[in-house]
Unconditional design. Structure first.
Length: 588
């Protein structure tokens, strides 16, 4: 009996152990299965998915999320082979850099060569690498580079006065991100035809220039001028979307280079309320305009002496390579003779705001620092008219007809469509070549054919309507105002009647001008106080005739410049006259 009891107890306990073991194994198998499923799901998660699912405290502090892959192994290899890379690449870099320096060479230097160039003993550090684009015909990579090097670079700068100065480049520090495009992919080693490289982000660019073995005082400031030039050259020639193409295999790779896509036409009309930088008299302003700061592509206006409200009315053309990133820069400076010019004000216009065939008229506030768009001191304003015309990809001619060149077969219609902009109180005037005019010159076609050696002829009809809030010019608290209208190029002058004892005069007087070259003409209106023995200045305004050519007839108002208050109201009408063919009577 005892034996049976012991057997039963032992059997029950044994079965319990067996069942517990089986249950444990089943749970372990299920846990392994769930873990395998989780690992499979985790392996499909992207880096952004992981950041969204888990908090920062979930990950160990040594985990750093970055789109760039660390390439420590590549830095070790680069360090080992750097002496050979330096020797092989120095001559190649020299042949690439010298033409770039020549493009940006300042006018004070007649020749700029690399007398000596080696990369030194310190290899650049590749901080990270990522492949950003994989296509059938290209591989695009971004490489983070940091270099605090000890290169041996000596520039030979020959000045206009015949002095050759050896200038050493030292204490070089650079950090940035390069974009490399291996394109096109081919079957022949090294499997790509050319390397296109550009600087995507410039984080740091530091170096020092030192004149050696010569008298630096013979050309004062030469090191500072060249330092600014080198930084400008590196930034402008390499910073995206600019790029350099290095052929690897024989072939034509011109399609990889950045090419002009259109023309920006700029009419610099005037500026007002400029700073006075001269101790005696007033500033002598001129303007530098550029999209790319290459001397060959920078434009300069004439200098207007002793004037804080200058009128230029000058026209310039600029090639555009990339609308999204490029901008038009306007620098107004005070001419100082043999001394360096002083900056009076700075403005810029992003080209991404331009629309093809749409005239943009802007008054831009001037600032001192391009990084600071607002400042306490008023530096005045500059008045521009801009028109962007893209190229036809087949014919390489502007798709939109130019507004600023001289024209022939002139039939200018009136377009009532005017779109107001919220920026800088500017206006857009749309060019419509097919729609008939609805106001002004009835039945006139908008078709325009432009010729550089012909003129826009017609009659400009200006109705001086009235003025408001003029300044007091008489001791009785009133004035006797009249307006003088002048066409600057042809020097035609006409004046209105005098309205006595009035600060809000009503003239309603129409004055007609025969215009021979409307695209380069300028109308200036001045208001004066009539007195028996003298006349007092009461303000002025100036306008180009571009809008008159576009719209034909319109009403406008202008704040008077050079005085504390005053506004004048005008009605403008343009009556075009056809240009006669050769052999015909040219009289209008």
């Amino acid at each position: 009996m005892a034996f049976v009891s012991s057997f039963v107890v032992g059997f029950v306990v044994g079965m319990g152990f067996v069942m517990a073991f089986v249950h444990s194994e089943n749970r372990r198998a299920q846990a392994r299965q769930r873990q395998a499923i989780s690992l499979k799901i985790m392996s499909n998660l992207t880096l952004s998915d992981a950041k969204q699912i888990f908090s920062q405290h979930f990950f160990p502090p040594w985990i750093v999320f970055s789109d760039y892959q660390k390439v420590t192994w590549l830095n070790r290899k680069l360090k080992n082979i750097w002496p050979f890379v330096d020797k092989a690449s120095s001559e190649l870099i020299k042949t690439v850099v010298e033409p770039i320096l020549e493009q940006y060479r300042p006018s004070i230097v007649s020749s700029l060569k690399l007398k000596k160039f080696t990369m030194g003993t310190i290899a650049p550090q590749l901080v990270g690498v990522q492949v950003v684009d994989r296509k059938d015909d290209a591989v695009v990579m971004e490489v983070q580079v940091q270099w605090d090097g000890n290169p041996s670079i000596i520039l030979a700068a020959e000045t206009k006065i015949g002095v050759i100065l050896p200038i050493q480049v030292k204490d070089v520090g650079f950090a940035g991100v390069f974009r490399l495009a291996f394109k096109p992919l081919v079957e022949e080693l090294p499997c790509f035809g050319a390397l296109t490289y550009s600087l995507l982000v410039k984080k740091k660019l530091d170096f020092q220039l030192k004149v050696i073995g010569a008298d630096a005082t013979s050309v004062p400031g030469i090191a500072g001028i060249l330092e600014g030039m080198i930084k400008t050259a590196i930034t402008d020639s390499l910073l995206w979307p600019m790029r350099q193409v290095l052929p690897i295999l024989p072939g034509d790779y011109s399609n990889l280079a950045l090419k002009p896509i259109g023309v920006l036409e700029v009419k610099l009309v005037q500026a007002k309320d400029l700073l006075n930088k001269d101790a005696i008299g007033k500033s002598d302003p001129f303007v530098l305009l550029y999209i790319r700061p290459m001397p060959s592509r920078m434009k300069k206006t004439r200098t207007i002496d002793n004037q804080l409200n200058p009128i230029w009315n000058e026209h310039f053309q600029f090639e555009v390579e990339d609308l999204e990133t490029q901008k038009l820069t306007i620098r107004i400076c005070d001419e100082e003779g043999f001394l360096s010019a002083q900056l009076l004000g700075y403005a810029e216009v992003p080209l991404k705001d331009m629309e093809a065939g749409l005239l943009k008229e802007l008054w831009l506030p001037l600032v001192k620092d391009p990084e600071k768009t607002t400042e306490a001191k008023n530096r005045g304003e500059v008045h521009l008219e801009l028109l962007y015309s893209p190229f036809d990809q087949r014919q390489k001619v502007p798709l939109s007809t130019s507004l600023f060149d001289s024209i022939t077969n002139v039939d200018v219609a009136n377009s009532p469509a005017t779109e107001h902009m919220a920026i800088s109180n500017g206006k857009n005037h749309h060019i419509s070549e097919d729609k008939p005019s609805t106001t002004g010159n009835k039945g006139v076609s908008k078709h325009i054919i432009y010729k550089q050696d012909h003129f826009v002829r017609g009659v400009l009809s200006v109705t001086v309507l009235r003025a408001e809030n003029l300044i007091v010019a008489d001791y009785k608290g009133k004035a006797d105002p009249y307006a003088v209208l002048t066409l600057k190029k042809s020097d035609q002058k006409k004046k209105t009647k005098v309205v006595y004892q009035e600060l809000n005069p009503q003239w309603n007087q129409t004055l007609d001008f025969l215009v021979e070259d409307a695209m380069h003409e300028m109308l200036v209106l001045e208001i004066w106080d009539h007195d028996t023995f003298k006349k007092d200045y009461m303000g002025r305004c100036a306008l180009s005739l571009t809008k008159a050519l576009l719209e034909g007839e319109y009403d406008t108002e202008y704040q008077l410049d050079g005085v504390k208050s005053g506004k004048v109201f005008l009605h403008i009408k343009w009556l075009p006259q056809p240009i006669p063919f050769e052999g015909q009577n040219s009289a209008i």
